[in-house]
Design a protein around this ligand. Structure first.
Ligand code: ARG
Ligand code: ZN
Length: 869
């Protein structure tokens, strides 16, 4: 197999560019003919060969300046044109290719989704449509003409503005689109199909009217409103907070059922996984609503950070993704609860990104080496990338950060930029030296901050001693010191904040940690304080400070920063879990610290002060969150101990759970912050009550009276997790009601896959035959298989190896049909180093079996190779 790695350091400017491209699609799912005319320009006059990328289609002809051209070599990945006899530095290439969208299961390039046809070109999907200089630094003006059957495909869409259309014989019609903004090929999009259309408009800050069009499958119009509202909200927010206005006269979003990822920001024509568009109270949970809102916002924000300014090469992916995730997080925080959003994002980072950094796939936010680019749409590039932008924001402050954004946009609009261009703009606009900060772009791994303190009672001086260390990672042995913004606060025992003073002057609450080891001194501290460290998770690092239970309880109860309170609870839970795990491993009785229980009870009984935060604090971390506390993970132990903790909290506060459950009344379903918080707490009560003697009857009733999916699912979740007698009948009722609807059934598949019993794998295997399941739909696969392997720690890692064998079978099946999805699913297997020897052996055996597979995709090859190295 040909699996060549590419290195960031090897970047070269293109010798040729394509300035204009005219695409003509004769669309038919069984045989689509694509005629492409490109205006090519030679930039390097020395260059006599032109390499075009392209594969997975039938190549029918190539012409140069209208004359048949045969001076080329074809291989599995493209064409090499010999231009030694071509004098002119500008010429036209005309290429004809033939595609079969109906048989393209990779969901890259042009493919059939349901009854429609659509594209996915990022990162390198355009080359599955025609031969192209398929790299993000080649920006061209696109004109696209689509011809297709009119009754089957009444809507023919592409980027930019519709400039012409007409009817043809044999029931066909055509539409021509022109995108005035030069763009890289990965932003090209085409959609053909029959849809229901939701129309609206937006008046921009400069008074221009933008037509908003949202296309959904027929019959789904009643699930389209939330996405439209989210879009308008995003457009407004980007004008107000970032001063960025939309630039075309039309903005279209199409929801499709078959999609490998969340959504795609194609210029003027976003294509979305229907999961992130469709929502109504009957089908979507509160969490789904929030997901729709943030993905709609994310793709919209890409119009500036991604499209107007794109990436020079794919190593720079975080330039647009990290920044755009930061922007969508800020949007959600400005329009919703900042603390709730921050906690949500930190949970994701600490579990999923930290785990990635500790895995064979560890890479910096700007990777150095890539075999398959699709493998680098990762938690690191996206989420850690956003944390890096957030640290910049913390160091610069909003005003200077926005000045930096302004400069970045002014300098790079219409161009393909690098991460360095961004940091440089931030540096020059703010006057703050970012030399050391830049290392965040090149260093992988999770830094560890070790903090100790000392208090000088005589002189009222408090010292914090901070040292940093980043352990070696799979990709990088040597590590350097980073510039880490460490946000702190000091509290006295009554929970009052102590102001930070040094030599009579107040000091900033963000400490600049830059050296291997540093001390910070605070004056006028009249009592030994309780430090709150890494407030708001001011840097993506692990913190090590030896808190006592009493200190954590102080923070939990009194800290004025909501994040600090939540984080204190996390540390308390972590401590309980660790101590009990040791007891479990020594076959001793488990016990729950009464001090901690009392503190939690305090929080719960005052829930009215802050409903959302109470819910977050009282939510026990998931098994996978706990797993990240350990170098070697004990799946059985973690599962047993967590279950013990869950049951203890359930029974210890039984009366309180019951009281609050009954106190909270919501008359109808509204998606407001307040109602979401109340539903969240009430459903948390139910979750705990499920483990008490009231469980069965309450959960049954909750399900029966539920008038929205959030409550319905809460009941099902409680029933299955607590293994109640009603579980089977409720699951059957739900299945009967929703079997026609894949998106809703995904919730059911996920519940089935995360049931905590010995039969779960047998059930999952059986469900791959379920009429609502479909191996060609990534959402179904993620719901059933993904949930089992990623969220059922105990049974996926069953010591008999059955979970690993199951996953291997699935991966072999998906290797050729959808390598992108396969490569996502393989992750838990390549992380074998985190388990005991017996499991390691089984997991490695599974990987070796995979390694033998014929036609192993680059996607899987890259990960297996790294793992077995
Ligand atoms: N740019 C898209 C987004 O973040 C994701 C596209 C992912 N594509 C892929 N082939 N991995 O919104
Ligand atoms: Zn994105």
């Amino acid at each position: 197999m040909l699996a060549q790695a590419k290195y960031r350091k090897d970047y070269k400017h293109p010798d040729f560019i394509i300035t204009d491209i005219f695409l003509d699609f004769q669309l038919d799912p069984q045989r689509t003919i694509v005629n492409t005319k490109s205006k090519v320009k030679r930039l390097n006059s020395e260059s006599v060969t032109l390499r075009l990328d392209g594969h997975s289609f039938q190549f029918s002809s190539i012409k140069l300046n209208q004359a048949p051209f045969s001076n080329y070599q074809q291989d599995a990945e493209g064409l090499l044109l010999d231009l030694s006899h071509v004098e002119a530095d500008e010429f036209e290439l005309e290429i004809e290719t033939i595609l079969v969208p109906a048989e393209n299961s990779s969901l890259q390039g042009l493919y059939q989704s349901g009854e429609g046809v659509c594209t996915q070109c990022e990162a390198e999907g355009f080359r599955q449509i025609t031969y192209m200089l398929d790299r993000p630094d080649v920006l061209a003006r696109y004109t696209t003409r689509i011809t297709a059957d009119k009754s089957r495909y009444p809507y023919l869409l592409s980027n930019g503005n519709k400039v012409a259309s007409g009817d043809l014989d044999e029931g066909k019609h055509w539409v021509e689109w022109q995108d005035p903004f030069p763009k890289p090929s990965y932003l090209f999009a085409l959609v053909a199909g029959d849809f229901d259309l939701l129309q609206d408009r937006f008046i921009t800050c400069s008074g221009r009217e933008v037509a908003l069009e949202l296309f959904v499958d027929k019959g789904n119009l009643d699930r389209a409103n939330w996405a439209m509202e989210s879009l308008k909200k995003s457009m407004k927010w980007d004008e107000e907070r970032f001063g960025l206005e939309y630039d075309l006269d039309i903005y279209m979003i199409v929801a499709v059922d078959f999609f490998n990822m969340g959504a795609m920001e194609n210029k003027g024509l976003n294509i979305f996984n229907s999961k992130f568009v469709l929502a109504n109270p009957q089908t979507a949970t509160d969490e789904d609503y929030m997901g729709v809102e943030s993905v709609i916002a994310h793709e919209y924000f890409h119009n500036w950070t991604g499209n107007r300014i794109t990436c020079r090469d794919w190593f720079q992916l975080s330039l647009k993704e990290g920044l755009t995730v930061f922007r969508d997080q800020e949007f959600s925080s400005d329009t919703g609860s900042r603390a709730v959003n921050r906690i949500h994002n930190v949970k994701i980072l600490r579990t999923l990104q930290f785990a990635e950094d500790a895995s064979p796939m560890s890479h910096p936010i700007r990777p150095e080496k890539v075999i398959e680019m699709n493998n680098f749409y990762t938690m690191t590039v996206y989420e850690k990338g956003a944390e890096v932008i957030r640290m910049l924001h913390t160091l610069l402050g909003e005003e200077k950060f926005q000045a930096g954004m302004k400069l970045y946009v002014a300098e790079n609009d219409g161009k393909a930029a690098t991460c360095e261009d961004f940091v440089s703009a931030m540096e020059r606009a703010s006057g703050i030296d970012l030399t050391q900060f830049r290392r965040w772009y090149s260093q992988s791994g999770t830094p560890e901050l070790t903090v100790s303190d000392s208090y000088d009672e005589r002189h009222h001086i408090y010292h914090l001693h901070v040292s940093q260390m980043t352990p070696p990672t799979a990709d990088q042995m040597e590590k350097v010191n980073l510039h880490i913004p460490l946000k702190i606060a000091l509290y006295d025992e009554q929970g009052r904040k102590i102001s930070l003073v040094h030599d009579g002057r107040s000091v900033h609450d963000v400490l600049d940690v830059t050296q291997k080891s540093q001390s910070f001194e605070f004056h006028n501290v009249y009592k030994k304080p309780v430090p709150a460290l890494l407030c708001d998770f001011s840097a993506p690092v692990k913190l090590d400070y030896e808190y006592s239970i009493a200190q954590l309880v102080t923070l939990l109860q009194f800290a004025e920063n909501e994040f600090v309170r939540w984080d204190a609870a996390q540390m308390l839970f972590a401590r309980e879990l660790k101590e009990n795990l040791i007891r479990y491993q020594h076959q001793q009785a488990l016990e729950f610290s009464s001090e901690i229980l009392t503190a939690l009870q305090q929080v719960l009984s005052h829930y009215q002060h802050n409903v959302a935060l109470t819910t977050l604090i009282l939510t026990l971390p998931k098994e996978t969150e706990f797993a990240e506390l350990f170098k070697t993970i004990d799946p059985d132990g973690i599962s047993v101990v967590r279950d013990f903790m869950l049951r203890t909290i359930a029974s210890a506060f039984k009366e309180l759970w019951l009281k609050i459950y009954n106190q909270i009344e919501l008359d109808c379903y509204r998606v407001t912050q307040e109602d979401i918080a109340l539903r969240g707490l009430r459903n948390l009560c139910l979750n705990y009550l499920a483990f008490t003697e009231f469980g069965n009857s309450m959960v049954n009733k909750h399900y029966l009276y539920a008038d929205n999916m959030t409550d319905t699912l809460a009941a099902l979740n409680a029933a299955t997790k607590a293994d109640l007698t009603c579980a089977e009948s409720l699951l059957a009722d739900f299945e009967q009601k929703w079997q026609h609807d894949g998106l809703v059934m995904d919730k059911w598949f996920a519940l089935q896959a995360t049931r905590p019993d010995e039969q779960v794998l047998a059930r999952v295997i059986h469900l791959t035959e379920h009429p609502s399941f479909n191996f060609t739909n990534p959402n179904r696969i993620r719901a059933l298989v993904g949930s089992f392997i990623n969220h059922n720690l105990r049974y996926f890692h069953h010591i008999d190896g059955s979970g690993y064998r199951f996953l291997t079978d699935i991966l072999i099946r998906l290797n050729e049909s959808n390598p992108q999805v396969a490569a996502r699913l393989i992750e838990p297997l390549i992380r074998f180093a985190r388990y005991d020897e017996q499991r390691q052996t089984l997991m490695k055996r599974a990987l070796e079996r995979l390694n033998e597979v014929e036609n192993l995709s680059k996607d899987l090859f890259e990960k297996i190779e790294k793992a077995l190295q």
